[in-house]
Design a binder for this molecule. Structure first.
Ligand SMILES: Cc1cc2nc3c(=O)[nH]c(=O)nc-3n(C[C@H](O)[C@H](O)[C@H](O)COP(=O)(O)O)c2cc1C
Length: 409
């Protein structure tokens, strides 16, 4: 192995979480779990990545035990997995066993779509979506959603959530976390990013409340704090909790939760104190400095401000970020930035490295890195692998036209 890449292959240990290396498969939504039940195909898909040497797999977003958790702008129909119900939990047990048999570790990404869920979709189309302030967000920003979706969802404001409804969602996360630990997962990952429910409370564009769940940036973190406390109460002190957050939102690619390191510390500090162990800072480009005057990226700041572990992501092994490659139909491979991320890892800026599209396209990516094989360029057709059932109303993929899916995924 090229010694410059060795930091990626150093083991990582945090309480009862023991990882063979620092490579983390980033959560990527699929659409392959009919009625929310992960199949043998799902287990085989993740097992292939573990066999090739991924240290930790974070699954696709998994719906928590709440009727409005899942729906459109995730995966249409009822094909996104659930973390409730005996059939889904049995399916997950098999997925976890397969990953463990291959020497890997896995956390489910617990997900509630919040304002992003289209009314009338998902496992409970009869149930209205729940939104902290009734709104989807500002409509005049650079949104990363399809025009069809936007027309359907954003113009239909609802009402703010009641206190009871807020607590129901928190309890749904806690229940699903408990069941996930019961089936053998190695910890819990929370989707607190990209404009979904947890982020809807964090962001002023979707949270305009003035009660205990809102106010300023500190008040808007109260939901995440109570959520983590509730999960901790359910799963106990040992299991590791990984919390994903982002500045950007699908409603507004330029949104920011925090304009300064001080603000970021005020938001993340109480969330860390509530029981988070790893902050997964979602960026489109890991090498982008987050605040002027320092080269630290968002994960670096999260680690520095909270003292917790940091996990970075964004374009590792590829020359363009997640939205740019969608626009361009793909992305070149970029070994140079794998060297760069390994160097920053060795410097202690962050502890873990998330890899998304490169691992979606090429299950053997970690082996290729270790053995010095040429990296493959990313083809957007690989997105079909995940979004086979992610269709618009005309039955066509929302994201692709005229591309050929790989079948050896
Ligand atoms: C097809 C696809 C589905 C994704 N689904 C999720 C998801 O369910 N949850 C999440 O937090 N991020 C999701 N993401 C974002 C990735 O986890 C990751 O942050 C992003 O792709 C950047 O990493 P990359 O440049 O290595 O691909 C998804 C990305 C892609 C490409």
């Amino acid at each position: 192995m090229d010694p410059r890449l060795a930091p990626l292959f150093a083991p990582f240990s945090l309480r009862d979480l023991k990882l063979a290396n620092r490579i983390v498969m980033a959560p990527m939504t699929r659409g392959y779990s009919p009625h929310g039940v992960p199949t043998d195909e799902v287990a085989a898909y993740y097992r292939r990545r573990a066999e090739a040497g991924v240290g930790l797999i974070i699954t696709e977003g998994v719906g928590v035990d709440h009727p409005a958790a899942l729906g459109g702008s995730g995966v249409d129909g009822d094909n996104a997995p659930h973390m409730y119900g005996s059939a889904a939990l049995d399916g997950w047990r098999h997925v976890v066993d397969e990953i463990h048999a291959a020497g890997g570790a896995v956390m489910p990404q617990l997900w509630h779509q919040g304002v992003m869920r289209e009314m009338g979709t998902g496992p409970h189309p009869e149930v209205a979506s729940v939104r902290p302030s009734g709104i989807w967000g500002p409509l005049d920003k650079t949104a990363m959603v399809s025009p069809d979706y936007l027309a359907n969802i954003a113009q239909k404001p609802g009402r703010p959530m009641t206190d009871e409804e807020v607590v129901d969602v928190i309890e749904a996360f806690a229940r699903s976390a408990r069941w996930a630990m019961d089936v053998g997962f190695d910890g819990i990952a929370i989707h607190g990013a990209h404009g979904y429910m947890v982020d809807d409370f964090l962001w002023e564009g979707t949270n305009q409340r003035n009660d205990r769940w809102g106010g300023d940036h500190i008040g808007r973190a109260a939901f995440a704090v109570e959520l983590i406390k509730a999960i901790r109460r359910e799963i106990g002190p040992e299991p590791v909790i990984n919390f994903r957050f982002s500045q950007w939102k699908q409603q507004d690619i330029h949104a920011r939760l925090a304009e300064t390191p001080e603000q970021l510390g005020e938001i993340l500090g109480p969330i860390a104190d509530a029981g988070v162990d790893i902050f997964d800072a979602s960026q489109r480009y890991f090498d982008k400095a987050e605040f002027a005057g320092s080269p630290l990226n968002l994960a670096g700041w999260a680690k520095k401000l909270t003292g917790k572990a940091g996990q970075t992501v964004g374009g590792v092994g590829l020359s363009s970020g997640v939205y740019d490659s969608r626009k361009d139909g793909g992305s070149g491979a970029a070994l140079a930035n794998v060297h760069k991320v390994a160097e920053r890892l060795a410097d202690g800026e962050f502890d873990l490295v998330g890899v998304g599209r490169a691992l979606l396209h090429d299950p053997a990516w970690p082996r290729r890195i270790r053995e010095g094989d040429t990296l493959l360029p990313y083809d957007e057709a690989s997105r079909h692998v995940l979004t086979l059932n992610w269709r618009g109303k005309n039955g066509k993929s929302r994201w692709l036209a005229g591309t050929t899916p790989r079948t050896d995924h």
